[in-house]
Design a binder for this molecule. Structure first.
Ligand SMILES: NC(=O)c1ccc[n+]([C@@H]2O[C@H](COP(=O)([O-])OP(=O)(O)OC[C@H]3O[C@@H](n4cnc5c(N)ncnc54)[C@H](O)[C@@H]3O)[C@@H](O)[C@H]2O)c1
Ligand SMILES: [Zn+2]
Ligand SMILES: [Zn+2]
Length: 345
């Protein structure tokens, strides 16, 4: 089968790879009908994710049809239409029982990281019963791909951890798909202001259309002073870091108001300075999280009811044969205007 293979920092190829086989009785093999590329895949390609050892098929998002199931799978049959969660969970270990699926003892974020991923014709899904979701009949498959990772990530790591509240002021640093997913789901709680920060004008224009009240273009001056000006010198109640570089985490430290929360979402490859000499007295909280995907069923209902329309994040469509072009388009978002690029067989 065809698959996108990470071959070491800076190197990837569309390769021919063997069909995945059932390894454990709880596995399923899924024929991937839609997948996409995540900002995290770009981090892997930069060499930021040491758990991802090449050669590795990338991808942790997708929708598909069950091809084969192991004898221990009870919730799905071959032919079932399924949403693949970016987090694999056994449902039984100590962390799963605490709804912290991201730290499942035999799962977590392993797809396209520690095991072969979804940017291929077929993928093996361990713990299929608890790592796949049935696709309700009539639901738009393209919109559902946004539920594998980006919507739960923006919601759980950004909005829920960031304690967004009615009337509060929120800054989201990074207006990529994850930042925009946080923007869409923050609006469940009616914050008074949502300030989006980015270096990309096009993504800020999209953010305005998605409900941002204000945008801050980093090149237009020091971002922190712009945010402080917008908040009358007070700062923000919630600062969501959705980039993954030291500068943006430090920006969150600069703009968080007393009593506020810095909710880190970004995957960081290097250390970032923590200015405790200033923050120790500010009653702030700093949260980090690997998405647990515990909110996937809830988010699925908001998509089904039309409360949010994540399909608006899809800007480009490619076939798997052209996945290298899809990577180029996604990585060059400043020029291509790409948000989520959809890949089908
Ligand atoms: N915690 C988790 O479980 C989890 C899950 C998925 C993704 N992530 C991470 O979330 C982050 C965002 O993902 P994405 O898919 O939206 O990535 P992305 O690369 O598409 O978006 C990042 C955005 O940040 C902007 N940016 C870059 N440098 C900036 C700067 N100095 N100041 C302001 N903006 C800047 C870019 O223009 C871009 O719009 C990534 O680090 C990704 O790895 C985390
Ligand atoms: Zn991801
Ligand atoms: Zn578990």
């Amino acid at each position: 089968m065809k698959a996108l293979v990470y071959q070491g920092p800076g190197k990837k190829a569309l390769d021919e790879r063997p069909m995945p086989q059932l390894v454990a009785p709880t596995d399923a093999v899924v024929s991937v009908t839609k997948t996409t590329i995540c900002g995290t895949d770009l981090h892997i390609l930069k060499g930021d994710v040491p758990t991802c050892v090449p050669p590795r098929i990338l991808g942790h998002e997708g929708v598909g049809i069950i091809e084969r199931i192991g004898s221990g799978v009870t919730q799905f049959r071959p032919g079932d239409h399924v949403l693949i969660s970016c987090i694999t969970s056994c449902g039984k270990c100590e962390y799963c029982r605490r709804a912290m699926y991201s730290h499942c003892a035999t799962g977590g974020w392993i797809l396209g990281n520690a095991i072969e991923g979804t940017q291929a014709e077929y993928v093996r899904i361990p713990h299929a019963d608890t790592s796949l979701y049935p696709v309700p009949p009539g639901t738009d498959e393209e919109a559902l791909v946004m539920l594998s990772d980006i919507l739960p990530t923006g919601f759980e790591c950004g909005v829920l951890n960031g304690k967004v509240q009615p009337g509060s002021t929120v800054a989201i640093v990074g207006s990529g798909p994850i930042g925009l997913a946080a923007l869409l789901t923050a609006q469940f709680y009616s914050p008074a202001r949502i300030i989006m920060v980015d270096i990309n004008e096009n993504r800020l224009a999209v953010a305005k259309r998605f409900g941002a009240t204000d945008t801050v273009h980093v090149a237009a001056g020091e971002a922190s002073s712009q945010v402080m000006k917008l908040t009358n010198g007070r700062g923000v109640d919630t600062a969501i870091e959705a980039v993954g570089v030291p500068a943006t985490f430090i920006l969150c430290e600069d703009i968080v108001a007393p009593g506020g929360v810095i909710a880190n979402v970004g995957v960081h490859g290097v250390k970032a300075d923590l200015h405790l000499e200033r923050l120790w007295s500010q009653n702030i909280s700093i949260t980090t999280r690997l998405v647990d995907t515990v909110t996937t069923p809830l988010l699925l209902k908001t998509v089904q009811s039309g409360k949010i329309d994540p399909k608006r994040l899809i800007t480009h469509r490619f076939t798997l044969d052209h996945i290298l072009d899809a990577y180029e388009t996604f990585a060059d978002a400043a020029n291509t205007g790409a948000l989520k690029v959809l890949i089908a067989p």
